[in-house]
Design a protein around this ligand. Structure first.
Ligand code: G
Ligand code: G
Ligand code: MN
Ligand code: NA
Length: 254
C-alpha cells in the first residue's frame, strides 16, 4: 500500500493528532501563544513526525483535507482552553502553499472560525517566504482578506527563503519567526549573532512581533532578551506536547 493510500485511510480513521508548542514572552516568561504541529498516530508504527508525511500529503493533494482538519482542530482546542477560563493565547497553524492557494481557503476558514467560535484575533497563520513569494498577486489578495478578518500572519523560517525583503512592505504580515538555524548559531558565531540582531531591529522598526525559533539553551534565551526579541519558542522552554499536557502550563505557567 502506498503512503498516499495510507494517509487517505488515516484521515478517515482519525489517526492524526495535534501537539502544541508554547511560545514564551521573553520578558515575563508567560505563555502567549502555542504552535499547532500535526503528528500521525500510526496504529503499528507509533507517532510519526510531519516531516515524514506532510511532503507526501502536499504532493498528493491530501494536504487540503488534512490542512482543514488541522485548522479546525487547532481552533476548536484554542476555544476549548478559553472556555475553561484559561488566559487566551494565540494559536499558530502552519499553512502549505497548496492550502493557501486553494479557491475555497477563505470560505473554509470563515466556516471553521464560525463553527468553533474562535475569535480570529487569536489565530495566526504561519507561511513561509516561498509561499508568500509564489504568485504575489494572489498572495496580496488573500493576505489582505485574512488581515481584514483580524487573523494574524507570521512568516515562518524567516531569513532562509530565497526572496527579497520588499514583501514586508507589501504584505500585511505582522510576525516574523526567526529561523532556528540563526538561533542555533548566534551564541558562538558572530555572523549569526549579527544577523539575529539585525532581524530583530528591522522587525521592531516595522512593528512586527518577533519570535525566535529553536531556542535550546539558557544562553540563547538570555542573548535574545538582551537583543530585545519579544518571544521565544524551543526545547529550552517546552517541547511540542499534547493538549492535555499543555493545559496546566496555560493555567499556571512553568
Ligand atoms: O514537528 P516537526 O519539527 O517534525 O515539523 C516539521 C515540519 O512540519 C515543520 O516545517 C512544520 O512547519 C511542518 N508542519 C507541522 N505541522 C504542520 C501542519 O499542520 N501543516 C503543515 N502544512 N505543516 C506542518
Ligand atoms: O518549520 P516550523 O517552524 O513550523 O517547524 C517547527 C518544528 O521545529 C517543529 O517540528 C518542532 O518540533 C521543531 N522544534 C521546535 N523547537 C525546537 C528546538 O528547540 N530544537 C529543535 N531542534 N527543533 C525544534
Ligand atoms: Mn511553523
Ligand atoms: Na519554522
Amino acid at each position: 500500500q502506498s503512503t498516499e493510500a495510507s494517509l487517505r485511510l488515516a484521515l478517515e480513521r482519525h489517526e492524526f493528532v495535534l501537539h502544541y508548542q508554547p511560545q514564551i514572552d521573553l520578558y515575563s516568561g508567560a505563555i502567549v501563544g502555542v504552535e499547532a504541529l500535526v503528528r500521525w498516530q500510526h496504529p503499528q508504527r507509533g507517532l510519526i513526525a510531519p516531516g515524514d508525511f506532510v511532503p507526501i500529503a502536499e504532493d498528493s493533494g491530501l494536504i487540503l483535507p488534512l490542512g482543514r482538519w488541522v485548522l479546525r482542530e487547532a481552533c476548536r482546542q484554542a476555544q476549548a482552553w478559553q472556555d475553561m477560563g484559561l488566559p487566551a493565547v494565540s494559536i499558530a497553524v502552519n499553512t502549505s502553499a497548496l492550502e493557501f492557494r486553494a479557491k475555497d481557503f477563505l470560505v473554509n476558514l470563515r466556516e471553521i472560525l464560525e463553527q468553533t467560535r474562535l475569535s480570529p484575533r487569536y489565530l495566526a497563520l504561519e507561511l513561509t517566504e516561498s509561499v508568500l513569494m509564489s504568485d504575489a498577486n494572489t498572495t496580496d489578495t488573500v493576505l489582505r482578506e485574512l488581515s481584514a478578518m483580524g487573523i494574524h500572519l507570521a512568516v515562518d523560517d524567516f531569513g532562509t527563503g530565497y526572496s527579497s525583503l520588499s514583501y514586508l512592505r507589501r504584505f500585511p504580515v505582522d510576525t516574523l519567526k526567526i529561523d532556528s538555524s540563526f538561533v542555533n548559531g548566534m551564541t558562538h558565531n558572530a555572523d549569526d549573532a549579527s544577523l539575529v540582531s539585525a532581524m530583530i531591529s528591522m522587525g521592531k522598526s516595522l512593528k512586527q512581533r518577533l519570535i525566535a525559533e529553536g531556542v535550546e539553551t539558557a544562553e540563547q534565551a538570555a542573548f535574545l532578551l538582551e537583543q530585545q526579541c519579544d518571544e521565544g519558542q524551543g526545547f529550552f522552554f517546552a517541547r511540542p506536547m499534547t493538549a492535555a499536557a499543555c493545559t496546566p502550563l496555560l493555567r499556571s505557567g512553568f
